[in-house]
Design a protein around this ligand. Structure first.
Ligand code: IMP
Ligand code: MG
Length: 190
């Protein structure tokens, strides 16, 4: 258990003010894109990392939305993607053909999670599926996938805070910062 999370962050990459601007911009864009949508719009919030981002974003939307949650993992206790995703909590609805779904993610890295989830929901006949991510690491992409709404692109560094974790720590930080590599480097590599 960590006592001081801030100490292990070497630099703030996205400040609280920037996150505020990002959620305002994305909420305005999404509200405009869906304002004449005759169907039910659903924010599909991917647990756990997207919770702070989704909470800020949804309160700035001017369109009615419903909330749903899924829990998937691709990382485990490592900072490298395992290349697969595992569904821990699934979406439990039988009206997907009437829904316009916006998947809300904290970060897109290899692209596998959003690619897999989008395919899955389309296979289950969702009327439409779009994706919205707070952070995008385009240099790390391993599958050809472009999210519809992106908060900010970031370089290839392991980041924590504002929902993002390393071994379940740091999620409650109010900003996104770079984790000191000493915190996750193998002892033999130090
Ligand atoms: P992808 O399937 O490789 O695009 O991975 C997306 C998931 O990997 C995110 O939902 C995060 O849980 C995790 N992830 C990717 N990069 C980072 C990072 O820099 N910090 C924390 N988690 C990350
Ligand atoms: Mg995660």
């Amino acid at each position: 258990m960590l006592k001081n999370q801030n100490e292990n962050v070497t630099k703030i990459l996205v400040s609280q003010e920037e996150i505020e601007q990002i959620t305002s911009r994305l909420a305005a864009q999404i509200s405009k894109d869906y304002e004449n949508d005759p169907r039910q719009v659903v924010l599909l919030i991917i647990l756990k990392g997207s919770v702070p981002f989704a909470a800020d974003l949804m309160r700035k939307l001017t369109i009615p939305v419903q909330l749903e949650f899924m829990k998937v993992s691709s990382y485990g206790a490592s900072t490298k993607s395992s290349g697969e995703i595992k569904i821990h909590l699934d979406l439990n609805r039988n009206d997907l053909e009437n829904l316009d779904i916006i998947i809300i993610e904290d970060i897109i890295d290899t692209g596998r999670t959003l690619n897999r989830l989008t395919q899955l929901l389309k296979n289950r006949n969702a009327h439409s599926v779009k994706t919205c991510t707070m952070l995008d690491k385009p240099s790390r992409r391993e599958v050809d996938f472009t999210p519809d709404y992106v908060g900010v692109q970031i370089p290839d560094e392991f980041v924590v805070g504002f929902g993002l974790d390393y071994n379940e720590e740091y999620r409650s930080l109010p900003y996104v910062g770079v984790l000191d590599p000493k915190q996750y480097a193998h002892p033999n590599e130090l």
